[in-house]
Design a protein around this ligand. Structure first.
Ligand code: ATP
Ligand code: MG
Length: 486
């Protein structure tokens, strides 16, 4: 049967073997596998069960113990592990980790099932086995932390004995998130462990102050993991905007953050929504990068149309890790799209509703960008108050073009004595166009003088570059660089 697999034979089998033709010797192989499986199963009942291990550790009957449970979303796995490591390392505590074998492909089970006296779990359920760990991202630049995938911890805390089942997200065993289940010899000890781990996981949260985005969902949208990014480094000189636009933006985003305490004391709301809109190539994304670079220590969660399903999680992260900024670029892409879970509600409305749901005094910025403000306007107008300010970023005016040419000239030795004529001819171009103008002038100069030591761009080279870019035959080039033909 093409495509059919025997559940337990697929474990660890490379997928490339899936389509191999059947051979007679497979019968023998299959037979040996069945025998091996049978022997393992038969002997498993001789190994100590979790029930026996835990009962011995706690030295009380496990039948009457209440199980305390705590759950987190999948991306919190690394934080829960950090919390666990810290908690376990405190003086007076000792522990032993017992891994789980045979727990995948078995649907859901909990600590109560492992400790149960009867039922199918007794012989066929997960057995004590090797400890499996998974390396999860814990910071930018490839930092990782080893996290338990599934294990039972036998803990002594002074005179108190505890046993905990820890499980991380695992699509193969129906786990969408992280779960901790605890029993203890002292009733309160189990719930305090759960509460303390929750608090520690928040305190040690690896995403705090970092730039993260929802990666492509490994386990479906709800439990996708977070990816770290390096914070861009930019100076105010790298962003050329009209002075008022720049000042206005900084006041809303950075200024509010800086004066958060006084504003909060005066009863002013901190939560703010900003929309950057304007034609393609004028620097909306560039502006976002600048703001991210300036907001050091602020948690940044970036979402795209594809990962917008994570908006609820993003809001929850932003709320718990304030100050925070949620960036949704090219928000027009989701204006019409309907979410998988949102039913009939377009994703944009889900976003606006989530923005509304966050407390007013949360120091959270929603920064949205679009080059199709016309598409968004009706939706934003029908849900007023989510976006406090729409900032128009337009094609650069003459002064901005002068500054852009200077910026992109950089260290290039270029003769800009005829710059005024260039500015006259470039009304309506984008920043990208001017960047390409200088690069192309440098290429022309290099080509003209192939043996020259250093690169010197003459005023003629600049003119030639501009003429090429404005040439009608280069209509497509002009279009991709964002030149607007009047
Ligand atoms: N205002 C600006 N100051 C300095 N450089 C700029 C500016 N605007 C654009 N640039 C340069 O042009 C590049 C493209 O701009 P950017 O991607 O920010 O445009 P955008 O407005 O986000 O366009 P789109 O609507 O297509 O997303 C930037 O990476 C940057 O190098
Ligand atoms: Mg952009």
């Amino acid at each position: 049967m093409p495509g059919s697999t025997i559940a337990w034979s697929t474990v660890g089998t490379p997928t490339t073997e899936d389509d191999q033709p059947f051979e007679i010797s497979d019968i023998g192989r299959f037979g040996r596998m069945v025998v091996r499986r049978f022997v393992t199963q038969a002997r498993s009942s001789e190994q100590p069960s979790f029930r026996a291990l835990v009962a011995e550790h706690l030295a009380v009957s496990v039948d009457d113990l209440a199980v305390v449970e705590e759950r987190w979303p999948a991306y919190e796995h690394v934080n829960v592990q950090a919390a666990l490591d810290t908690w376990l390392a405190a003086p007076g505590r000792e522990h032993r980790v017992v891994g789980l074998a045979d727990y995948r492909h078995r649907g859901s089970f909990g600590l109560a099932d492992l400790l149960g006296q009867d039922g199918p779990m007794r012989f066929h359920g997960p057995r004590p086995g090797n400890v499996t760990r998974v390396s999860l991202p814990s910071g930018p630049g490839g930092q990782t932390r080893e996290c338990l995938r599934a294990a039972v911890l036998l803990i002594s805390d002074g005179d108190t004995r505890l046993a905990a089942l820890v499980r991380g997200a695992d699509p193969e065993s129906d786990m969408g998130g992280v779960a901790l289940e605890v029993v203890a010899t002292v009733p309160d000890a189990a719930s305090s462990l759960a509460t303390e781990l929750r608090a520690l996981a928040l305190e040690l949260n690896v995403y705090r102050g970092q730039v993260v985005s929802f990666g492509h969902s490994m386990f479906g949208e709800r439990s996708s993991l977070l990816r770290f990014h390096d914070r861009p480094r930019m100076s105010p000189d790298d962003l050329i905007l009209p002075a008022e636009t720049f000042a206005d933006l900084r006041r809303q985003v950075v200024g509010v953050a800086r004066n958060r305490d006084r504003l909060r004391a005066a009863g002013q709301h901190l939560k703010r929504g900003l929309l950057l809109y304007g034609p393609p190539g004028v620097g909306k994304t560039h502006t976002v990068r600048y703001l991210v670079s300036e907001l050091v220590d602020t948690t940044i969660v970036e979402l795209t149309g594809e990962t917008l399903g994570g908006i609820r999680e993003a809001c929850s992260i932003a709320r718990s890790l304030q100050p925070a900024m949620i960036v949704v670029e090219d928000v027009d892409l989701i204006a019409q799209e309907r979410g998988h879970y949102g039913g009939e509600t377009p994703l944009l409305f889900t976003l606006l509703n989530e923005m509304d749901g966050l407390a007013e005094d949360a120091d959270v910025v929603f920064l949205l960008t679009t080059n199709r403000a016309d598409l968004l306007e009706p939706a934003l107008a029908s849900r007023p108050g989510r976006v406090d300010q729409a900032v128009h970023i337009d094609l650069p005016d003459r002064e901005s073009r002068r500054r852009l040419v200077e910026l992109y000239r950089g260290d290039l030795d270029a003769d800009l004595s005829r710059i005024d004529a260039v500015l006259d001819r470039t009304d309506g171009v984008t920043a990208s166009f001017l960047k390409e103008l200088l690069r192309r002038a440098a290429v022309i100069a290099a080509d003209r003088d192939p043996d020259g030591a250093a690169l010197t761009v003459s005023a003629d080279d600049v003119d030639a570059s501009l003429t090429e870019l404005l040439d009608t035959r280069n209509q497509m080039t002009r279009a991709v660089l964002g030149y607007r033909d009047e």
